[in-house]
Ligand binder design. Structure first.
Ligand SMILES: *Cc1c(COP(=O)(O)O)cnc(C)c1O
Length: 236
């Protein structure tokens, strides 16, 4: 039996930091969903944290890797989010396996998700990924194009848009992330008030191991954390 006690420590530390950040922002930690990003760990580790540490949402960013782990996972009560850039030709492999696609950022992909979702008789929940720093070679919709894009996606019958996701740029000084988080928050509020009336609690997925406290301060409702949870011996 592998010794997983470092995971207990990492999860306790991160959850405490989430709680503290929420409290500082005058929010409740219950408003914030923790997505454990499991892209670097195998199915045994995922099962351990699901069975023992109350993890019920995981994030995977590669189709192949998700498929390799999928059959070994204890999936009862486990939600799987796809968080990486998704190639159109791979949608069919995950359409019946994931609960949310966080990274919708182009219409060809939307069209394919709609088509495959229809085939398996479901409506797929998605977040629209915003390229908050307007980085040329990164995924995500430019903030100024987000509303037009949303209008197009809302036309698909087998897709339900439930919020917004952003990654943000790599910043040497992590506080520099704040302005990108703030802009994404404005897009999120705009979407929520104008277009997503039918959604009970729209999602703003923002914040990773470095800087999630700023994301929580800025209104994030979902943080996606990998390293701080799964790296042995440290929580960042
Ligand atoms: C890897 C990844 C994360 C988690 O990043 P960490 O720095 O390990 O916390 C979050 N979101 C996406 C889209 C990722 O690919």
């Amino acid at each position: 039996m592998v010794n997983y006690s470092y995971l207990d420590d990492n999860f306790a530390a991160v959850r405490e930091e989430i709680r503290a950040a929420a409290e500082k922002a005058g929010r409740s930690a219950e408003e914030i969903t923790l997505v454990a990003v499991t892209k670097t760990v195998d199915a045994d580790v995922i099962n351990y944290v699901h069975d023992n540490l109350g993890v019920n949402v995981i994030g995977e960013n590669r189709v192949q890797s998700l498929l390799e782990k999928y059959d070994k996972l204890h999936r009862d009560g486990l939600k799987i989010h796809f968080i990486g850039s998704l190639q159109t030709n791979k949608v069919k492999y995950i359409i019946d396996k994931v609960d949310l696609i966080q990274s919708l950022d182009n219409l060809r992909l939307a069209k394919e998700i709609d088509k495959q979702a229809k085939k398996v008789g479901r409506v797929m929940d998605v977040l629209i990924e915003i390229n908050s720093a307007r980085e040329e070679n990164k995924g995500g919709i430019m903030p100024e194009e987000a509303e037009t894009f949303l209008d197009e996606v809302l036309k698909f019958e087998n897709i339900r848009v439930i919020g917004v996701m952003t990654i943000g740029p790599v910043c040497e000084d992590i506080r520099d992330l704040k302005k990108f988080f703030e802009e994404t928050y404005r897009t999120f509020i705009d979407f929520s008030t104008k277009k997503l009336h039918n959604i009970d609690s729209p999602i703003l997925s923002m914040g990773m191991s470095r800087g999630f406290e700023y994301a929580i301060e800025t209104g994030s409702t979902m943080v996606r954390i990998g390293n701080a949870l799964f790296r042995p011996g440290s929580n960042k």
